[in-house]
Design a protein around this ligand. Structure first.
Ligand SMILES: Nc1ncnc2c1ncn2[C@@H]1O[C@H](COP(=O)(O)OP(=O)(O)O)[C@@H](O)[C@H]1O
Ligand SMILES: [Mg+2]
Length: 214
């Protein structure tokens, strides 16, 4: 059991502490106060993002996409207690296997399937980077999605296109075989979202063009 007082992670928005929940390994995710934001706005944003994360974690599970179980919700304090999943993040896999890209094809493809299912069910992730994807059953098993506080329900083609754009950028920034890995992702994506893949892929290309020439 890790020291309950030392954060296991401190990101831009939240800190995570290892805790126990009825004897199970868990993480307490707590939104950080931003002193540059007016206090009322800060409170509202933290509450809304915590609430949004709860909704999306739950709805993604309903679509058959793995997410950490929510053990407890403390909205006034912007805290969630989440199941602590084992395994490596996609970021860790990418960093560890630069010379063996074949080992990354399966995890990247299964991520594509999961994001396809999420999109086909009307959700977007909102912050789809390799740090927000974890493989609890190992790299050959299905991924779990983390950090859904920026996601949308009733997501449109733009939000879905942004998801594809973000993961493409991240794969290319981290791994020399990023372009090939993104093609494997898209292969899985087509399987998960057979009805919508063409339109979302087109939008992702448009977004890429907009970013490049702006
Ligand atoms: N339920 C979980 N189980 C295991 N590790 C987790 C879990 N949630 C988060 N993490 C780890 O903590 C990191 C930060 O968590 P995240 O929810 O993405 O917060 P942030 O908003 O700070 O990015 C993740 O990249 C992952 O490594
Ligand atoms: Mg994150």
């Amino acid at each position: 059991m890790a020291d309950a007082e030392s954060p296991v992670s401190r990101g831009a928005e939240a800190s995570l502490h290892a805790v126990e929940w009825l004897g199970l390994p868990a993480l307490r995710k707590e939104r950080e106060t931003k002193s540059y934001r007016p206090k009322n706005l800060d409170e509202r944003l933290k509450r809304e993002r915590t609430r949004n994360e709860v909704r999306l974690l739950t709805e993604a599970r309903r679509l058959g996409v793995r997410t950490p179980v929510i053990y407890d919700i403390d909205l006034p304090n912007h805290r969630l207690i989440l199941e602590q999943l084992p395994g490596s993040t996609l970021k860790e896999l990418l960093d560890a296997a630069p010379s063996d890209p074949m080992a990354l094809v399966a995890p990247v493809r299964s991520l594509g399937v999961a994001i396809g299912r999420l999109h086909a069910g009307g959700l977007s992730h909102g912050d789809l980077t390799s740090s927000n994807v974890l493989y609890p059953e190992g790299p050959s098993g299905p991924p779990a999605l983390l950090d859904l506080s920026m996601g949308a329900r009733n997501a449109g083609v733009e939000e879905k296109g942004i998801d594809l754009h973000l993961i493409e950028e991240d794969l290319k920034a981290i791994h020399p075989k990023g372009p090939a890995l993104f093609r494997s992702f898209l292969d899985g994506y087509g399987e998960g979202n057979p009805g919508g893949a063409a339109e979302v892929r087109k939008r992702a290309r448009d977004i890429r063009g907009r970013v490049r020439y702006s």
